[in-house]
Ligand binder design. Structure first.
Ligand SMILES: [Zn+2]
Ligand SMILES: [Zn+2]
Ligand SMILES: [Zn+2]
Length: 141
């Protein structure tokens, strides 16, 4: 897996302390993070505005993608190796575990093709499946 320095370079982003630190967080955690998760972890180092701006840059440049959570919440997940500065592939399913509340990208599971009534022009698709993740399913039986 690429380190944070290489990712920033690939996306033509200047390396700053906040970008490196927040990107490192995403690399450390294999699940999607909410704004609050990120802020709580780095609040001793950076102020709100810095966290907000860094995250916005990551979304704009395509380093991370948005993950719609239940209840209208929003999370962010690191883009996989298929995404680069020019091209993005986010038609994968997201899974939220109702026990540990972690949302993960199921990058190998694509959202099935959906035919819409005429006149509707789709722009983005999001599919969130909720249930138990393998870890929780194992400990719950
Ligand atoms: Zn992407
Ligand atoms: Zn779980
Ligand atoms: Zn995802």
């Amino acid at each position: 897996m690429k380190g944070e320095g290489q990712i920033l370079k690939d996306f033509k982003l200047r390396e700053t302390i906040s970008r490196s630190a927040i990107l490192k967080m995403f690399l450390r955690k294999p699940f999607a993070l909410s704004y609050t998760d990120i802020e709580t972890e780095v609040e001793s180092e950076f102020d709100r505005v810095t966290v907000y701006r860094t995250l916005k840059t990551f979304v704009d440049k395509g380093v991370v993608h948005k993950v719609l959570d239940d209840g209208g919440g929003l999370k962010y997940a690191l883009c996989n190796s298929l995404c680069n500065i020019a091209e993005h592939h986010h038609e994968h399913v997201h899974f939220k575990c109702t026990i540990c509340e972690q949302t993960s990208c199921l990058e190998d599971v694509n959202i099935p093709e959906i035919t819409l009534p005429s006149g509707y022009l789709p722009k983005e698709m999001n599919l969130l499946i909720q249930g138990k993740c393998p870890k929780c399913a194992k400990t719950m039986v």
